[in-house]
Design a protein around this ligand. Structure first.
Ligand code: SF4
Length: 411
């Protein structure tokens, strides 16, 4: 396998890395000059778009060190029993690829994950060595995200934090039962212990040292995790509960949700179909409401009959429809917390509303000019010259809003 040309290894190991969602795509339209014979490409082999901790969209070389793996997680294409083409980069190859791509301005950083070769420590040791060489030998100051292996030694994970901007440890599945069933070599307790250690180390390093009075650099982008959804029967409510625990216990920057992809020759305990991609999207929206809109986790699905997010409407609108007694909200006098609850209003629009209110009262048309559409929020607000009257409590309101949003999406 070592005889494979680097380009071929890149094709195999970038494709194998695509199942990792913890560096989310920017969602931009794909441009590829390979067909046109032109120049430039937003989707080159191994290059993905991700958001840096400061919110910038950056291009990353996203690869696995190897897709060989001694573990046999049944949902994973790289599991030991899977019949896929295997490849393994050397440390030198990853360093050279990263530097070549970086110098040509193709990428701004590296996302490196790996199957487990021989032992967790050996694999983690190689990943740390890639990051060390990039930082110290090549003076690389781009972004580095390392996917760490929870079973590896704490010393290695600590070393990884010295060179990486972000570290992540996958929880794999929302429940311990799911992990035991589908990833039998992994232990939920070990995963949690690694996350807790990482949190402690980050807090420790955030304190200025006695000698230099400066903070030591240690994974400044924090830690994140990824959870596969749809591989087991956990409801969206169960998934959001697991996320809330993870955010609360380990101060994670992000929980990424990755829709399970059916793989060839998979175990009969796995579903044959991929969950709707919209489910992943709704989970991200719900996660966003909890982190930035003041919603508590239990509120999101309180009153839902099956604990699942409505795929046709966003979770804030679904919550508002179940809590109509809290509406309409007066756009000209409500505090920020109440405005954050209005469907269709994002934090930026709310900031503009609050700023405008200092000078004058807002009419429905003014709010309409600030948002994409007022179809969603019209039944839930009072504005100068506008009151929804009985519209807020109207039967069939959900379907009416869905129809207007569908019509809008046609233009
Ligand atoms: S340890 Fe990672 S790469 Fe290996 S089978 Fe499990 S999920 Fe796949």
């Amino acid at each position: 396998m070592s005889a494979l040309p680097v380009r071929e290894k890149l094709a195999i190991l970038s494709d194998a890395a695509k199942y990792d969602a913890s560096c989310a795509s920017s969602g931009s339209a794909k441009r590829d000059s390979l067909k046109s014979g032109g120049i430039g490409s937003t989707e080159g082999m191994g290059i993905c778009h991700s958001y840096a901790p400061d919110g910038r969209c950056i291009s990353l070389l996203k690869i696995l060190l190897t897709n060989f793996c001694i573990y046999d997680c049944s949902y994973c294409i790289n599991r030991s029993s899977s019949n896929v083409r295997r490849a393994r980069f050397t440390i030198d190859e990853v360093v050279r690829l990263t530097m070549d791509f970086y110098r040509r301005n193709y990428i701004e950083g590296l996302f490196l994950s790996s199957g487990v070769i021989r032992s967790p420590d050996e694999t983690m040791g190689e990943m740390v060595e890639v990051a060390r060489r990039l930082r110290l030998d090549e003076k690389f100051s781009g972004y580095i995200h390392l996917k760490t292996i929870p079973e590896s030694s704490p010393e290695l994970i600590e070393k990884a934090g010295l060179y990486a901007d972000r570290l992540s440890i996958n929880v794999e599945l929302p429940t311990d039962e799911g992990v035991r069933k589908l990833a039998p070599e992994k232990k939920p307790e070990t995963i949690r212990l690694s996350m807790a250690r990482l949190r402690r180390k980050m807090e420790e390093k955030a304190e200025p040292t006695l000698r230099t009075k400066k903070r030591e650099r240690f994974a400044p982008g924090g830690q994140s995790t990824q959870m596969i959804i749809g591989a087991d029967k956990t409801s969206d409510d169960g998934i959001l509960q697991a996320s809330a625990r993870l955010y609360g216990s380990y101060h994670l920057r992000r929980v990424y949700y990755s829709a399970f992809s059916p793989i060839p020759d998979s175990s009969s305990s796995l579903p044959l179909q991929k969950p709707a991609l919209m489910r992943e999207h709704r989970l991200y929206q719900a996660d966003w409401l909890i982190r930035f809109y003041g919603f508590s986790q239990p509120e999101i699905l309180a009153g839902s009959s099956d604990g699942m997010l409505d795929l046709a409407i966003d979770p804030k609108l679904a919550w508002a429809l179940r809590n109509r007694g809290r509406f309409p909200v007066d756009i000209n006098s409500a505090d920020r917390e109440a405005l954050l609850r209005i469907p269709g209003l994002g934090t930026k629009v709310i900031a503009k509303i609050l700023a405008t209110r200092h000078h004058r009262r807002l009419r429905l048309e003014d709010v309409g000019r600030l948002c994409h559409s007022i179809a969603k929020l019209r039944p839930f607000i009072i504005a100068e010259g506008w009151s929804p009257g009985a519209l807020t409590d109207k039967q069939g309101l959900r379907d009416k809003i869905v129809r207007s949003c569908e019509q809008l999406s046609l233009f």
